[in-house]
Design a protein around this ligand. Structure first.
Ligand code: BEZ
Ligand code: MG
Length: 725
């Protein structure tokens, strides 16, 4: 995201050069982050004397942007004068199981059909060797198997993006079917707020909520759920059918034409399997058919040519498909939203639920509420969820948003303690530069919430914000105003915490350098009059009380190892807390809800393992990347580096991750040859990263493995140099 100034200036000079050298009519570029957007200076209301405007002048700027990235897209429009042309994100698929994980699943199935001591022992052995979570402890067979089944199911069913999207290419019928099935698995207005699996449950006489609650601990629930989800998916698959993406007929005609037939096929199936009447499903099929047509008929390239012709590009929301299916068709200009509607009523309800869920999870492990939480807030997920993260922060502090007579949200008020029923939690918010720029109304709400709570005349054991503010005032002799700063970001015009750049370039020696980088970039607090003031001491003091750090994960499409910014922010703040308080905080993430019902809270370690197992180490994931050749190898390297970032900032990566990475990619001669011939630089970078993980004590490896990697590194180096001779 935040490029350094030199890159910015080089890019900007490039625009001027293009225009002057070629007398260009327009620029067209691809990617998810740019140059003009991150120039120093004003974020909104740019004038002709601002750098971006001076450099790009009147040159039209067409920018192909991933439809799931509305926040960076909005900056590109505001500061880069871009007309966006949206494109789809890579297709999502279930991660599936492979190698030992698959074998383990087969063993579990064979144990369930004919239990034996011998099979159980092999299961335990394999589960231990693979270090599946929660499979170390002794437990009696049935309970052990149920637990293991649930862990394997979570891996197998996880949705992962596969490969890279090629602009203008429509997803395959299978992939379209998977997307439709995923949509139907979430609560839908077309089914009166139920999901298709919930409807199937009801008709089969199962209690849906009970089933969901018991999935981790009850064999019957697991089997019932398997039946329910198989029926739902099969129904959607029949509805999707096998359309011909190469047909000369427009997809809309083809798919409209076959609607009745496909609908009947699925209706009959659901009636037979679950006794659901077709009338209950009409609106669902109509809705899915529209999404189907919009996904299958890909107009992205036509849209680019249309824009370059100087014609109108229609607007579109920016989101992931599950949250907002209106993002298709792509090939449109992504727009932002009305800041005075955020957080919406729905987001407020959801945010409150997930705030309580977070406290519940923390209490389960620690026995009491956390006094202070460091929360990371980004633009992306808040734009996509209409401010759920904002609502979560307000709810933790025991504050609610106020709506005025015009229906606008512009103020907040305290929820009385008697109604809240628990203490107000202190929340130290580190917001991204993008959040600061795009959601300035929400910055005010959050800031006011913290200051209202700090000023409330309430018992300190029921108001941790006030407790810490009073402590800081007497301890450091600072003002009430400074001690109640809770919303921190970069200096205006500045983005990022820099932790990722230090980690990627290996230019840090001690942990405290990462913490220092974080504080020096992120210590600008918003003041009651809306200015940003540098207050590193106040940030350090506030973070000292923190025992839990938290961030919401954006979507299935962008997980914590897909980009470097999660460890930059959540890892960065966690390392800073560890450094300041001399204790490692608990680190948790808000996982996307699989059922559309409630948010799941997950420990960072567990999420890092899940990401590694479903992506980096999963043949389905990396083979899809390798189909993209040079770029695919670069992606694998970048996922390794992002995973490594969680070692550097939060010690959250298990040893097996590096072991298995080495086994899969570098120790395996055939794979190594593939990687090295496609992209020797990225292969060398992986080798170097593993050696670094070892030398920094993140990976305990056999001496022979390290020697092999050192030799490989030397080989690759001469191979690359050889190319230049
Ligand atoms: C944001 O949406 O706030 C964001 C996006 C990319 C990196 C960091 C933050
Ligand atoms: Mg980036």
């Amino acid at each position: 995201m935040a490029k350094d100034a030199a890159t910015n200036h080089a890019f900007a000079a490039f625009y001027t050069w293009i225009e002057q050298s070629f007398d260009a009519d327009a620029v067209l570029h691809f990617g998810t982050h740019g140059a003009l957007e991150f120039m120093p200076g004003k974020q909104v209301g740019l004038s002709s004397s601002c750098w971006p405007k001076k450099l790009i002048g009147s040159l039209p700027n067409f920018y192909c942007y991933c439809v799931n990235n509305p926040s960076e897209g909005a900056i590109a429009k505001r500061r880069g004068f871009a007309t966006l042309v949206s494109y789809l994100s890579p297709p999502l698929e279930h991660a599936g199981l492979y190698k030992g994980l698959r074998k383990l699943k087969d063993l579990v199935a064979s144990f369930r059909s004919s239990p034996s001591e011998e099979v159980f022992e092999s299961i335990r052995e394999l589960a231990l060797a693979l270090e599946i979570d929660g499979c170390q402890d002794e437990r009696e067979a049935e309970e052990y198997i149920t637990r293991l089944h649930s862990e394997l199911y979570a891996i197998e069913e996880r949705m992962i993006p596969l490969g890279l999207h090629i602009m203008g290419e429509a997803p395959s019928p299978e992939s379209v079917g998977d997307h439709l099935a995923l949509l139907a698995e979430h609560s839908r207005p077309e089914l009166e707020g139920k999901s298709l699996p919930e409807l199937v449950c009801n008709h089969l006489g199962y209690d849906y909520n009970q089933l969901m609650d018991n999935l981790g601990s009850n064999r019957d629930a697991q089997q019932r759920w398997q039946k329910v989800s198989t029926i739902s998916r099969e129904a959607v698959k029949r509805f999707t059918g096998h359309f011909d993406t190469n047909s000369t007929l427009p997809m809309s005609m083809l798919l409209e034409g076959s609607f009745i037939v496909r609908k009947e096929e699925s209706d009959n199936f659901l009636h037979r399997e679950a006794g659901i009447k077709p009338a209950e499903l009409n609106r669902l099929w109509q809705f899915l058919n529209v999404v189907l047509i919009n996904l299958a008929e890909n107009n992205e390239l036509k849209a680019v040519l249309h824009a370059l012709d100087g014609k109108y590009t229609p607007p579109s929301p920016g989101n992931d498909l599950v949250r907002n299916p209106d993002i298709v068709p792509t090939g449109r200009n992504i727009h932002s939203l009305d800041p005075y509607t955020i957080p919406t009523t729905f987001a407020q309800q959801a945010g409150k639920l997930s705030a309580e869920e977070l406290l519940l999870q923390y209490r389960k492990e620690s026995g009491e509420n956390p006094e202070s939480i460091a929360l990371i807030l980004w633009g992306t997920d808040n734009l996509k969820s209409d401010g759920e993260g904002v609502a979560q922060a307000l709810a933790l502090m025991g504050v609610k948003a106020k709506t005025d007579e015009l229906g606008k949200i512009g103020d907040v008020e305290l929820v009385p303690l008697a109604e809240l029923g628990r203490p107000r939690i202190d929340v130290v918010m580190t917001i991204s530069g993008i959040f600061r720029d795009l959601l300035s109304v929400q910055v005010k709400l959050l800031d006011k919430a913290a200051r209202l709570a700090a000023a409330a005349d309430e018992p300190l054991e029921m108001n941790f914000i006030r407790k810490h503010v009073q402590y800081e005032m007497s301890e450091r002799g600072c003002t009430f105003e400074e001690a109640s700063n809770r919303v921190y970001s970069n200096a205006p015009g500045n983005y990022g915490a820099n932790v990722n750049h230090l980690v990627e370039s290996s230019t840090w020696e001690e942990d405290n350098q990462l913490a220092e980088a974080f504080v020096s970039r992120k210590s600008f607090a918003v003041t009651p009059d809306g200015q940003w003031q540098e207050c590193p001491e106040a940030l350090r003091s506030a973070l000292k009380h923190v025992t839990l750090t938290f961030q919401n994960i954006d979507s299935y499409e962008i997980g914590i190892s897909d980009i470097d910014h999660y460890y930059e922010y959540l890892g960065g703040v966690s390392k800073t807390v560890e450094h300041l308080s001399k204790a490692k905080p608990k680190v948790m993430v808000g996982d996307i809800d699989g059922t559309g019902k409630k948010q799941r809270i997950c420990s960072l370690e567990k999420m890092v393992s899940l990401e590694s197992r479903t992506k980096l180490l999963n043949p389905k994931w990396y083979e899809a990347m390798l189909e993209h050749g040079y770029e695919g190898v670069r992606e694998i390297d970048s996922h390794l580096s992002n995973t490594y970032g969680w070692s550097a900032t939060a010690s959250a990566v298990k040893n097996w991750t590096y072991d298995q990475f080495n086994e899969t990619f570098l120790h395996d001669k055939a794979m190594l040859e593939r990687l090295a011939s496609l992209n020797p630089h990225a292969t060398m970078s992986m080798t170097k990263r593993l050696l670094e993980a070892h030398s920094r004590g993140f990976w305990e490896a056999e001496e022979s493995a390290i020697e092999e990697l050192q030799e490989l590194y030397a080989d690759l180096e001469s191979r690359i140099e050889g190319v230049h001779h």
